[in-house]
Design a protein around this ligand. Structure first.
Ligand SMILES: C[S@@+](CC[C@H](N)C(=O)[O-])C[C@H]1O[C@@H](n2cnc3c(N)ncnc32)[C@H](O)[C@@H]1O
Length: 289
């Protein structure tokens, strides 16, 4: 996926299916796929603990990406997970990784747009749970997709959402130039009609989709310089800014200033007193009987 595809409300034909052209900020380059893999390694255990999937549950994963969390769910439930994903590149890498891990049977990756998911007659309203992580922030109309998730589950079934509220990121002592750069990064979402603070809306979206919100939580993503994985935490922040650099420059921030601030961020991460706080929003709703 390249930048500049954020034409709200337009459609094109891909692989014989209708696909929305909503803007996916991060893309699917090899570097981005490595970033997403590292993020999964760091977060999947915490997300599984929050969701408490049970053996035998049938789950659909909206915006499944590389299918890594979909497979993690299937290892718990023992039932093949259906992963809906728009990008052919993501599906190809997901398929490669699943085969390499000997887990090809754990997930069916289906090319699909979550705006208009192509469910089979025996699927709609039949799932025990519908899950989406880091998806809603990339959609101009997240409520439409939460409604699709609600339709996918059976009465009593769960819809589980986790997403970013970028405004909650805190770095201290603050690296020089970071706050205005982070602000500019968030503005790139607005420009494409997407919402960088959708995480705070999760419970509201569940309610608006006709679901009964039941749990609300934060999943911590942060750390401090003394922790072995702190470099990965800061590297993830640097990486998402770096990938969005063209869009950030388009907001009026000079490219040289972005590069200088990223250099300052990496230097800062090696200071003994540097710390990051970030909470990934997480919420669960139930379809009424
Ligand atoms: C940040 S990744 C998250 C992947 C996965 N949920 C995870 O947590 O590892 C978001 C994924 O959503 C996909 N995506 C974005 N818009 C989509 C849409 N309209 N329909 C289907 N997938 C979409 C992107 O291609 C990308 O793979």
């Amino acid at each position: 996926m390249t930048h500049g595809q954020g034409v709200r409300g337009c459609w094109d034909i891909l692989g014989g299916q209708r696909m929305s052209t909503s803007h996916y900020t991060h893309g699917s380059s090899e570097d981005e796929q490595q970033r997403l893999t590292a993020l999964n390694t760091r977060l999947n255990r915490r997300c599984l603990d929050a969701a408490q999937f049970a053996a035998g549950e049938r789950v659909v994963d909206f915006g499944a990406g590389l299918g890594q969390f979909s497979r993690a769910i299937a290892r718990v439930t023992g039932v093949r997970v259906l992963g809906l994903e728009r990008s052919a590149e993501q599906i190809a890498e997901a398929t490669r990784q699943a085969a390499a891990d000997g887990e090809a049977t754990l997930v069916e990756m289906r090319q699909a747009d979550v705006v208009d998911p192509p469910f089979q007659p025996d699927e709609l309203g039949q799932f025990d749970a519908a899950h989406a992580r880091f998806l809603l922030e990339h959609l101009p109309d997240p409520l439409l997709v939460v409604r699709n998730m609600a339709r996918a589950v059976k009465p009593g079934g769960r819809v589980i959402l986790s997403d970013d509220d970028y405004d909650t990121l805190r770095l201290w002592p603050e690296p020089h130039g970071f706050a205005p750069l982070w602000h500019a990064y968030q503005r790139t979402y607005d420009r494409h009609g997407n919402d960088p603070i959708v995480g705070r809306r999760l419970v509201q979206l569940l309610h608006q989709a006709g679901l009964r919100p039941r749990r609300n939580a934060l999943i911590f993503f942060g750390g401090c310089a003394g922790e072995p994985e702190f470099g990965d935490v800061v590297g993830n922040i640097a990486s998402i800014i770096d990938e969005a650099i063209d869009d950030i420059v388009a907001t009026g921030t000079p490219r040289s200033s972005v590069s200088a601030t990223l250099d300052a961020l990496m230097t800062w991460s090696r200071q003994p007193d540097s710390a990051v706080w970030f909470g990934m929003s997480w919420a669960e709703g139930v379809r009424p009987n």
